[in-house]
Ligand binder design. Structure first.
Ligand SMILES: Cc1cc2nc3c(=O)[nH]c(=O)nc-3n(C[C@H](O)[C@H](O)[C@H](O)COP(=O)(O)O)c2cc1C
Ligand SMILES: CCCCCCC(=O)C(=O)O
Length: 359
């Protein structure tokens, strides 16, 4: 049971089983997928009492997103498979709640339309563009131009996908391609693609820090890396001058042996905390999960699947419900912990659950 269980149930009723499985599934034995939520359940919060003060107002300053909610919409692919309005519905709901939307390169709606939908609702809505670096730098450059001219305020480069994870459910269901009538709309009219058609997204083990250097030389937008788990990579990211890190195991969809992000966050915070913004995603399902991640060094967190469940259950209204629920739950969790906002959250509020009472 979590804050979104009813929306997941409704989404499961409405979605084609193979599409539900694509969204819900993880890689291989789904150990990482399960661990993402279970690791939060293994942590407890030590609340402070009688602190006085106004109700918490959780807002954070992020690259290209001042005063944002501390919960972001993580990039997820193919929203039109969940609802006919797809990414447009997600964008409107995110904008209405002051939530940063990280729009996936694998969206079924082009990024300029996504940003326009968000900005119709709120003129300063922050949309970041998620990017898989492509082996052909010309293709990457064209995608970056698209994101820039759409008005995205940051780029999120996903670095955990040198190959696609082994999605066992998709194999079993024969779900390998987008069904007819859908396209990865950002991949239209790119070099090497079919004339007037969409190019495949390539995941390639060739991609290295050198590609990132080239990218950073071609854009003035802040660049965050998504999918860092090893503290040594966090050091390298700092040395490269990136603008932020999202600690993530891709929702358990890539390396199944990867640890839960919340379990490695303290090491990454110790390694590089304070030098650049750290974000986290994977398994965040309650306000207390958000508070735990912020206490352990994250500035903000992303949620992936719950947004898809809201979208499938009730379009824009359903996504809004998800973002409103988690927003209110964060305020409640902070108030119950006796903190006024993210700045009051420190690692000594977090203890292992069942930590031994008087010991
Ligand atoms: C159906 C689905 C599609 C995803 N597509 C992308 C994507 O296009 N790009 C990306 O960087 N991450 C993608 N992710 C990973 C999410 O950004 C995020 O890391 C993960 O969903 C967070 O975990 P959660 O779903 O437990 O909240 C996807 C995840 C799911 C479930
Ligand atoms: C080769 C298709 C790329 C789609 C990527 C979507 C994704 O990241 C996922 O986890 O699914």
């Amino acid at each position: 049971m979590n804050l979104f269980a009813d929306l997941h149930d409704r989404a499961k009723e409405l979605l084609e089983p193979a599409i539900h499985d694509y969204y819900a599934g993880g890689a291989a034995d789904e150990f990482a997928l399960a661990d993402n939520e279970n690791s939060f359940a293994r942590l407890a919060l030590l609340p402070r009492m009688l602190r006085g003060g106004p109700p918490p107002e959780p807002r954070v300053d992020l690259p290209g997103a001042p005063g944002a909610a501390p919960v972001l919409v993580a990039p997820t692919a193919f929203h039109r498979l969940a609802h006919p309005e797809g990414e447009l519905a997600t964008a409107r709901a995110a904008a209405a709640t002051g939530t940063v939307l990280i729009s996936s390169m694998a969206a079924t709606t082009a990024v300029d339309e996504v940003v326009a939908a968000a900005r119709e609702v709120r003129s300063d809505a922050a949309v970041w563009f998620q990017l898989y670096l492509q082996p052909d730098p010309e293709v990457t450059a064209r995608l970056v131009e698209r994101a820039e001219s759409a008005g995205c305020t940051a780029l999120v480069v996903t670095v955990d996908s040198p190959v696609f994870g082994d999605h066992v459910r998709d194999r079993r269901n024969g779900f390998h391609d987008l069904p007819p009538g859908y396209e990865a709309a950002n991949m239209r009219d790119l070099p090497g693609g079919p004339p007037g058609g969409t190019r495949d997204i390539e995941m390639s083990p060739e991609i290295s820090w050198r590609h990132l250097e080239v990218l950073r030389a071609t854009t003035a937008l802040p660049v965050l890396l998504k999918g860092i788990l090893h503290p040594d990579d966090a050091h390298l990211a700092v040395a490269q001058g990136v603008d932020g890190i999202i600690v993530s195991n891709h929702g358990g969809r890539q390396l199944d042996a990867a640890p839960a992000p919340i379990d490695v966050l303290p090491r990454i915070t110790r390694a590089i905390g304070g030098t650049l913004p750290l974000l986290l995603d994977g398994g965040v399902r309650r306000g207390t999960d958000v508070v735990t991640a912020l206490a352990l060094g994250a500035e903000a967190v992303g949620i992936g699947r719950p947004v898809l469940w809201g979208l499938a259950a009730d379009g824009e209204k359903g996504v809004r419900e998800v973002l409103d629920r988690i927003g209110a739950d964060v305020v409640r969790a902070m108030a119950l912990c006796g903190v006024r906002g993210p700045d009051d959250l420190t690692a000594n509020l977090v203890v292992p659950r069942g930590f031994g009472g008087l010991r």
